[in-house]
Each structure stands twice: as structure tokens, then as C-alpha cells.
Design a binder for this molecule. Structure first.
Ligand SMILES: Nc1ncnc2c1ncn2[C@@H]1O[C@H](COP(=O)(O)OP(=O)(O)O)[C@@H](O)[C@H]1O
Ligand SMILES: CC(C)(COP(=O)(O)O)[C@@H](O)C(=O)NCCC(=O)O
Length: 312
């Protein structure tokens, strides 16, 4: 039974889909754009984009406009000019639930708004400690846990971005090398919108120099990508199978050393990593942050959106 005190409005996928009131057909649904979107992820269906993600982009557009109006009003009251300050969206959820795909899709849809905003995408993987440090601290089997991130550095980065700094650098993580790339940096340049995606973005049990400052303090809107753990595990295994046939064949891949394993042995290894690391992290550190999100996207089989919860 639905609690009358729920902090969220709850919509089925079809109810949510009907809320779209932007241009029709949506900006992303014309020939070239569909192809481009499938470049993000070929199994992403155009129907899903239309039913689930376009209304979300539509809602975000309204919220961003309102945030700007509010800033103008505040600055007018203070007799100050309104300086450019990016709107920051956080995307949280388990390993393999589809955070990166959601983030890249939203980046594309938001860039199509009439104002053509400049949207930068940052993943918090870049703020993991390098393997060298994780090894020294005995944390190689805790990658993705709160203590494996340099949260202090992430907060400094967000503070610089939010203050409107023209160019801010952040470190880059490679899933192929399974490590921070020492010689690479991402430069976030004069963004209108920044999407920050990662397991840890809604966490409050992080290690920082300012104990009362959290990553999410810098967010104007936050999304939690959710699904039953059985589905997430299957997506993790599925992704592992694809990587085994592609990226892991590359001799620079951290997992290349496992490419000789039989399909069965590789699957057993993937299940074990899921069970002993990612599942534990989900239960202990990620799922407990779900109720902090402004919006929850609940997915089911084949990544189909089943319901959407929007904070009242
Ligand atoms: N909306 C979607 N439709 C189809 N496949 C998806 C969708 N979202 C994610 N996937 C697939 O699920 C797996 C995990 O997604 P990914 O975005 O890499 O997750 P995360 O960033 O949360 O680890 C990938 O194999 C990806 O291709
Ligand atoms: C680097 C990560 C913590 C980040 O997760 P993601 O961006 O894939 O959601 C994760 O991919 C990871 O490496 N987890 C440790 C166990 C594993 O190898 O899956």
C-alpha cells in the first residue's frame, strides 16, 4: 500500500511518458539524432528515449530555467550582476546499473535544448586513488567503496566548477587499464550544465577535510538509477562478457591476464567480483543513499524504465 506520507510522486512508465510537453517529435527523435543516440549505446531503444528520457530532459529544462530566474531575483535584491554559474546534476546508483549510459544520454538530450547549453560530463572514477595508493592501503578489493575515493579532491573540484571558474581540471580513470591515467586530464571548460556521475555522489560517509561538506551539496538536482539487484548483477555479467571479447583482448587491459580463462571460468570470476565487491558496496554504501535523490529512475528487464519517483 502506498504511504500517504511518501516524499515522492510515483509514476508508472506510461504515466511518466505522457507528461512530456516539449516540442514534438522530441529533438532527439529525428533521423540523424537517433543514430547518434545509438552511438551512445546500441541496445538503447528509441521508444525508451521517447517515453522515459525525453520527459526527464523536459523537466530538467524547466528546473534549470527556474533556478536561473531565482538567481536573477536574488542578485537583483543584492544589486549584483548575475555571474555565470553552472547547474550541476548528480547521477548515482550501483556499478553496472547504467549510470554512464544515462549520463551520456542526458548530456546529448540537454545539449539539444533551444538554448544549446554546453554540457560537461564528469565521472567520479577519476577521483579514485591510483592503484599504487590503493595497494599501499590494502584497498584493491575495495575499489568503489567510500575510502577508495579522494573525496577531498572531488569536493575541491566541484567547488571550483560551482564558483564559475572558466577551466577546471580533473583526473581521468581508464576502465581498460583499471587505473588513473597519470598523463591525462579532463578539462571542464565554461559549462552551463555539469553532469557528475558515480557510485558515491550521494554519500555522506566519505572521508573529507571538511566533515560537514558533502559532494551532493554542490548539486542542483540529483538522480538515482535503480533496479532490483538480480537485474544489476545480470547487467554486470553481460558487460563483463562483452568486455572479455573486446577490451580484455587488448594487451594494455588490466584484465588481459585473464583472457586465457575459459568462458565458464571467466563468468565465475565475474560473479565472484560482483558478489564480494560490487554487491557488498551496493548494500552497504550505495542503496542507503537512494532516498536522498530528487528523482529515482527504476529500471527492469532490458533496462526498461518501470517507474519514476519524483520528490515532492
Ligand atoms: N538504457 C539502457 N539500455 C540498454 N542498455 C543499457 C542501458 N543502460 C546501460 N546499459 C548497458 O548496461 C551495462 C551497464 O551500463 P553502464 O552505463 O556502463 O553502467 P554504470 O555506469 O552504472 O556502471 C552496459 O553493458 C550498458 O551497455
Ligand atoms: C571503478 C568502479 C568502482 C566504478 O564503477 P562504474 O563507473 O562502472 O559504475 C567499478 O567499475 C569497479 O572497478 N569496481 C571494482 C570491482 C570490479 O572490478 O568490478
Amino acid at each position: 500500500m502506498k504511504s500517504p506520507y511518501s516524499r515522492y510522486f510515483v509514476f508508472t512508465a506510461s504515466e511518466w511518458g505522457k507528461l512530456y510537453n516539449g516540442p514534438s517529435p522530441g529533438p532527439s527523435l529525428t533521423g540523424e539524432e537517433i543514430q547518434e543516440l545509438q552511438g551512445i549505446n546500441e541496445s538503447l531503444s528509441a521508444d525508451q528515449v521517447k517515453e522515459a528520457y525525453l520527459p526527464l530532459s523536459n523537466l530538467l529544462n524547466l528546473i534549470v530555467q527556474q533556478a536561473q530566474t531565482m538567481r536573477h531575483a536574488k542578485n537583483a535584491f543584492l544589486h549584483r550582476e548575475t555571474e555565470k554559474m553552472p547547474f550541476i546534476i548528480g547521477i548515482a546508483g550501483s556499478v553496472a546499473v547504467g549510470k554512464s549510459t544515462t549520463a551520456r544520454l542526458l548530456q546529448r538530450l540537454i545539449s539539444c535544448w533551444p538554448s544549446r547549453p554546453r554540457v560537461e560530463l564528469v565521472t567520479t572514477d577519476g577521483f579514485l586513488y591510483p592503484n599504487e595508493v590503493l595497494t599501499q592501503r590494502g584497498l584493491m578489493n575495495k575499489k568503489g567503496f567510500p575510502e577508495s575515493y579522494d573525496t577531498r579532491r572531488l569536493i575541491q573540484f566541484l567547488a571550483a566548477v560551482k564558483s564559475g571558474a572558466a577551466e577546471v581540471e580533473c583526473p581521468v580513470y581508464s576502465h581498460l587499464e583499471y587505473d588513473i591515467l597519470k598523463d591525462r586530464k579532463q578539462v571542464v571548460v565554461r559549462p552551463d550544465i555539469v553532469i557528475v556521475e558515480g557510485l558515491n555522489v550521494l554519500q555522506t560517509n566519505t572521508v573529507t577535510s571538511a566533515p560537514n561538506v558533502f559532494v551532493s551539496d554542490f548539486f542542483d538536482f540529483s538522480i538515482y538509477v535503480d533496479a532490483d539487484t538480480e537485474w544489476i548483477e545480470s547487467w554486470y555479467i553481460e558487460r563483463f562478457k562483452i568486455l572479455r571479447k573486446t577490451a580484455f583482448q587488448n594487451e594494455h587491459s588490466y584484465f588481459h591476464k585473464y583472457s586465457h580463462l575459459s568462458e565458464q571460468e571467466a563468468l565465475e570470476m565475474a560473479r565472484q567480483v560482483w558478489r564480494e565487491i560490487n554487491y557488498v558496496n551496493l548494500m552497504e554504501n550505495i542503496l542507503p543513499t537512494r532516498s536522498r535523490a530528487d528523482l529515482i529512475l527504476k529500471k527492469t528487464e532490458q533496462h526498461r524504465i518501470e517507474s519514476v519517483l519524483l520528490k515532492k
